[in-house]
Ligand binder design. Sequence first.
Ligand SMILES: Cc1ncc(COP(=O)(O)O)c(C=O)c1O
Length: 412
Amino acid sequence: MLGRYFERSWSHGEGHRLYDTSGAAYLDFANGIAVTALGHHHPAVTAAIHAQVDRLIGPTGAMGFAEPVARLAGMVADTLPAPIDTVMFLNSGSEAIEAALKLARRVTGRPGIVAFRGGFHGRTFGAASVTTSNLNYRTGYEPLLPSVYFAPFPAVYPDFGGDGAAASRACLAILASLFETVIAPAQVAAIVIEPVQGEGGYYPAPPEFLVGLRALCDDHGILLIMDEVQSGYARTGKMWAFEHAGIVPDVVCIAKAIANGLPLSAIATRRDLQERWGRSAHGTTYGGNPVACAAGIAVLETIEAQDLIANAAARGEQLSAGLQRFQAEDGRIGDVRGPGLMVGVEFVKDTESGEPDGATADALVAQCADDGLLVLSCGRAHQVIRWIPPIDVTAAEIDEALAIFWGALGKV
Ligand SMILES: Cc1ncc(COP(=O)(O)O)c(C=O)c1O
């Protein structure tokens, strides 16, 4: 049975508003969980979809090349740092993770995969095997993929008092001891990480940690897989969240915002990894559908033409500043964190212990919706309200959302 945030039926969307079937309008800062990052009925995306539907809907990539598919692959590769230059399209975030894990195992000839506690990578068997954000994603599905090992994620709140360097040192030390006592690094194919944990609670990995992981991977020939499914595509004020750490991963998993709502995902790597993986080592029937790719081209052109990376950074600062003002006045807010427009507001029973307060966050999600603002929760106890506004959000819309949120806070 599907879970749902809202018992509402949606009729249509226009810009940054979603409309329910009764005609009520909602400022949509949820975006179908970071998918419609340019909002609804975006003129460029809609026109690109219409034009491509009239021209060519199929066929599968196994038949050869289609213009929008090849073009988008080149455009996505151009957004990534060298030596990443090769893109394979798939359909969903989970599939991108599956592909990355398969590539890592076959290319390295090693079985081990290291993932992080609290991470979410999807719901297919491989992706669920590296997911620990909630027991519900794993319960009843054992045995999951073997040779998966978990290490702690350096969440700086509440345990490290905001000290990213200390959190990184502590977690890298535990990883080092995992390699000394549990699995030899020479047996590890890949380390997979979200640069900002999403479903797990909107925890950004401190840059020092990602730098440390990169060094560890280099020392031991391990592939570093960056799950940018939720954090990518300008969301954090950079095109890719890993750029905040100045590192280059081996494999990048991409989905959600890539086609503003049409099903499309990708893995990006350097060419030699794809070549070592081998022809037909992986494949897909629907991945890289020309219509979804045409939408993807419009998304990237819009990000570039409207300088939306800079917009996400600037509007993110405005949003975080507003939320920090609320934190100073409302003792239920324990933490406000996250880069750009990927901001988490954590609710706690008391700020000393940092004990999560999911009930308040749940009530707030419902109250905000009643008051015309869609935000979502995340975290193991749903204690974090996550803010995922469209990346082309305006300053006036951020102010409007903050005002609704503050009003709703007074009611729950
Ligand atoms: C970081 C991350 N990875 C992977 C996934 C799985 O993506 P999908 O639901 O498209 O399979 C998600 C979905 O929320 C995600 O947030």
